[in-house]
Design a protein around this ligand. Structure first.
Ligand SMILES: [Cu+2]
Length: 649
């Protein structure tokens, strides 16, 4: 039996995970003309060859330029409206990096369609779940003030949408603007492709089009796996782990705007399978103009560092908050974090090209170097060129971080001052802490659970018996399947996050609230120690919703409790979330009892087994071989591939 020490050692090196299913209109108007067959005709032929013997869906993923190139025709206004979208979650086939696999998509698009709106708009998304597993969609960074029931966390704020069923998410954008995104919150199926950008404009945004920049782009970066996330999570929970480790896997490749470049030389590449990477992604800018890139790390594990050869950039937004930031050569982006950077394309003319690099920050992973690049292309009007995707000259900045240098958030290295200044100038009414670590914990059934926990409770998701309706009905939540901290005061409170894992860094995300980052420090901090500090006069601290905390370190977050609700706080490394790393921050439960419980929302739970536990848990500590239905992803894939190969010939 593996000792805890060796488990932790394995966790501090790296590993992996992945998911997929079916068609509809996107709600985005003339979107169809911009949709192109994903990765060209040589792959389209594959789509007709699938049979019931073949696990790959017959439909092929599409890619939509409008997801990445925001139109200046979008009217930024305080006139509000309802923005309506149809999302069908379905499995299709895609080859984003040379390896063809089933992925999960919204409407067959990879990435999911752009949601774009103004502050004050109401978002209405009709979701149809055409997968054979349940699903939910979470709107990352949206406060859901007054609409907690729409937060999209199965087992916390709702029962998931069962296979074949529909649910409509509807919520107003209250006083917020900036760079958001949406993704599945069911197990780690986000890692199979259910994610997309969500941009909120406002005339009040201090970073203004026309004054501070000329054009806008979305830049999505992520690590990517060749196996379905369900297979990877199942393997992580087994005695053997995934690829021999219980640790979160290193990506098989890195995608930039959902295109990557896997290598058959990778030790995990299945034998006998062809590697046919698509052309590198082209990221167009307008020559002579300033582009605001809204960078979103949609990945499941890696912190990624982004740079553009010969181009410095100004950091202008952190998560959703406009900031006065540094002008730098490279920016680290942890999973789920967002940054806006402004790049001036003054080094050439239309047709010129430069490398846009993404490097894995491997200092907090397995210390194996992993990089990729896309083409930063100067254009007149986003046109394409004959040498599309071909390698630009290699001219990296000479001060890029070493691949194995420590993983640190940008605020650990530079001052980032919110442009809308808010001082932290009151004494917090309450201070509470959540301490998280990897280990073996006691489950609700008295069983041992190996995984991650907050305050010694490893999340066991009672997926069909969510927390929120229980608090609405009873004013409190008494089950012990998920850690909770309760802030019942109306004002400002402090939450201490302690990362007790020696060798593992984590990106923590708090739903429903952005927080002021009051303090970071090494070691662990008690509530008493925090209360003894003078934390009542901090000038304009950084605000954000996702923070990267190194191992054996802490952060103090200040939260304004003006948003009653049950808010998930979890690690955004999807593989860690899937093995228990989620807690709840319950804000003013007495005021939650006024919440309305929509009939269709309650209906999602109807007829389900409320005692069943969902996928985001780690079952009894593995002491025997995995059960037979948990196929070894690699073996299964090899079989699938060989069959496919012969059909193709
Ligand atoms: Cu984590």
């Amino acid at each position: 039996m593996r000792s805890l020490t060796s488990l932790i050692a394995l966790l501090s090196c790296s590993t992996c995970l992945i998911f997929a299913q079916s068609t509809t209109d996107t709600g985005l108007g003339d979107i169809q003309d911009a949709i192109t067959s994903y990765l060209g005709p040589s792959y389209a032929q594959v789509s007709g060859s699938a049979t019931s013997d073949d696990p790959l869906p017959s439909e092929y993923a599409t890619s939509n330029k409008k997801t990445f190139i925001l139109s200046n025709d979008f009217e930024i206004t305080d006139q509000t409206q309802i923005r309506e979208y149809n999302f069908e979650i379905k499995a299709v086939t895609a080859n984003p990096d040379g390896y063809e696999r089933q992925i999960y998509t919204i409407n067959g698009e990879f990435p999911g369609p752009l949601i774009e709106c103004n502050t004050g708009d109401t978002i209405r998304v009709h979701v149809k779940n055409s997968l054979d597993i349940p699903q939910t969609i979470h709107w990352h960074g949206i406060s859901q003030n007054g609409s907690n029931v729409m937060d999209g966390v199965p087992g916390i704020t709702q029962c998931p949408i069962p296979p074949g069923q529909n649910f409509t998410y509807e919520f107003p954008i209250v006083q917020q603007y900036g760079t958001y995104w949406y993704h599945s919150h069911f197990a780690n199926t986000m890692a199979d492709g259910i994610a997309g950008p969500f941009i909120v404009h406002s005339p009040d945004d201090p970073v203004q089009r026309g004054r501070d920049y000329d054009n806008e782009r979305v830049l999505l970066i992520q690590d990517w796996m060749h196996d379905q996330s369900t297979d990877i999570v199942a393997a992580l929970k087994s005695a053997d782990g995934y690829r021999g480790s219980p640790g979160a896997p290193k990506g098989d490749s890195i995608l930039i705007n959902d295109v990557g470049h896997a290598s058959p030389d990778d030790p995990n590449w299945p034998e006998g399978v062809e590697c046919n990477p698509p052309p590198r992604a082209e990221v167009p800018v307008i020559a002579g103009q300033r582009t605001r890139f809204r960078i979103i790390n949609t990945g499941a594990h890696s912190m990624l560092r982004v740079s553009m050869d010969q181009h410095e950039f100004e950091v202008a937004e952190v998560d959703t908050d406009p900031v006065y930031g540094p002008t730098i050569h490279e920016i680290p982006v942890a999973p789920a974090q967002r940054y806006s950077i402004i790049v001036n394309a003054t080094l050439g003319q239309a047709g010129d090209k430069f490398k846009l690099r993404v490097h894995v920050a491997a200092g907090c992973m397995d210390k194996v170097q992993q990089d990729t690049w896309a083409v930063l292309r100067y254009t007149n009007n986003n046109e394409e060129y004959d040498d599309k995707g071909e390698e630009p000259e290699d001219k990296p900045w000479d001060d890029l971080a070493a691949f194995d240098s420590p993983c640190r958030d940008l605020d650990d290295q530079y001052t980032l001052s919110p442009r809308v200044a808010i001082d932290a100038n009151v004494k917090p009414l309450q201070t509470l802490s959540l301490s998280s670590k990897f280990g073996t914990f006691l489950g609700t059934q008295g069983q041992n659970i190996t995984g991650f926990a907050f305050n010694n409770i490893s999340f066991q998701n009672q997926i069909w018996d969510p927390v929120l309706p229980q608090i609405i009905d009873n004013g409190k939540y008494t089950n012990e399947n998920v850690a909770q901290v309760v802030f019942d005061q109306d004002g400002y409170v402090d939450l201490i996050l302690n990362n007790l894992d020696g060798g593992i860094d984590h990106p923590y995300h708090l739903h429903g609230n952005e927080f002021q980052l009051i303090k970071r420090g090494d070691g662990n901090l008690t509530v008493e120690e925090a209360q003894a500090m003078d934390l009542s006069n901090i000038v304009n601290p950084l605000r954000r919703d996702t923070i990267f905390i190194p191992g054996n370190a802490y952060a103090i977050l200040r939260i304004r409790t003006d948003n009653p609700g049950v808010w998930a706080l979890h690690c955004h490394i999807g593989w860690h979330l899937a093995v228990g790393k989620l807690a709840t921050v319950i804000v003013r439960p007495q005021d939650m009892q006024k919440f309305k419980q929509p009939e269709d929302w309650k209906g999602l739970c109807a007829g389900q087994n409320s005692t069943q536990e969902g996928p985001a848990r780690r079952s009894v500590a593995p002491t025997s071989a995995p059960v037979s239905h948990l196929r070894n992803p690699r073996d299964a894939r090899s079989r699938d591939r060989s069959r496919k190969g012969s059909m193709r010939d």
